[in-house]
Design a protein around this ligand. Structure first.
Ligand SMILES: Nc1nc2c(c(=O)[nH]1)N[C@H]1C(S)=C(S)[C@@H](COP(=O)(O)O)O[C@H]1N2
Ligand SMILES: [Mo]
Length: 253
């Protein structure tokens, strides 16, 4: 971030805080989020959300920009028994469960997901490790799935549950995003990468793309979408595999 931008942000911070405590929606949001985020992190998140239009799109690229090699990272060939069985069966028995704080929980096959409205986008993936790759992704807007299931009013976050276990974790990989990101037009559950089914290395058969966030938020091997009021009771309680190990929950720009 440039210095002038940093100054601008810090000056706007107190103004933003004042604005927010004025509204009761902001107040109740603050109470529920403060338990999970630190105060500074919360103010930073809220300031960014006020200054950057909520629906601002991440940059999209032409076909010619697609990286010839897209680096796979984290889990690239999960050894979890359940996942192996699904691979063996060509994902015919794979289902995406949608549950938690929704009116109509359910489970969808890949064919059903492919029959839903889709979005295609060519975007840049940035990993905290310091590398970036550009890829083309096609999938179902998360918004379409959530509208179909009907979010209950208490829902505040969407948790993505994965089929893989990374490293020596006691828990499967998972991630969570807020409703602003969940309903963002570029937030999709992708089944195609560069015009082919997402390969195992990149999260087959379904992975999240949440384009204004860093790579670790983009859950691969997604098997369940759960709407929750809080993620404090899940795994390490910080909202994601890497968040439980100290990374920021909000990894956006
Ligand atoms: N289920 C799952 N999702 C994951 C990971 C993982 O290990 N398991 N790694 C994350 C990280 S740190 C990055 S950078 C991207 C890598 O995606 P890619 O393999 O398609 O490059 O996936 C993210 N999502
Ligand atoms: Mo990453």
């Amino acid at each position: 971030m440039s210095n002038s931008r940093r100054n601008f942000l810090s000056k706007s911070l107190s103004a933003a805080a004042a604005l927010l405590v004025a509204g009761c929606d902001a107040l109740s949001q603050k109470e529920s989020v403060l338990g999970v985020l630190g105060l500074g992190e919360w103010l930073n998140l809220k300031t960014q959300r006020l200054l950057i239009p909520r629906n601002k799109l991440a940059r999209e690229y032409p076909e010619s920009a697609i990286s010839p090699y897209f680096k796979p990272n984290g889990s690239t060939d999960p050894s979890d028994a359940n996942y192996r069985a699904l691979v063996k069966g060509g994902f015919r028995r794979w289902r995406l469960t949608i549950d938690g704080l929704v009116e109509r929980p359910g489970a969808l096959s890949l064919a059903e997901l492919r029959a839903m409205p889709s979005r295609t986008q060519i975007t840049r993936h940035d990993c905290v490790e310091g590398w970036s790759c550009i890829g083309k992704w096609k999938g179902v807007p998360l918004r379409a799935l959530l509208e179909r299931a009907g979010l209950r009013p208490q829902a505040r976050y969407i948790v993505l549950h994965c089929l893989d276990t990374l490293g020596s974790s006691e828990h499967k990989y998972y991630e969570s995003i807020d409703l602003v990101d969940a309903f963002h037009p570029q937030t999709i559950l992708a089944y195609d990468m560069n015009d082919r089914p997402v390969p195992v290395a990149h999260g087959a058969p379904l992975r999240l793309r949440v384009e204004r966030q860093l790579g670790y938020k983009m859950a691969k091997y997604v098997t369940r979408v759960e709407a929750v009021e809080s993620y404090a009771h899940i795994a390490g309680g910080k909202g994601g595999h890497w968040e439980d190990r100290g990374y920021d929950w909000y990894a956006g720009t």
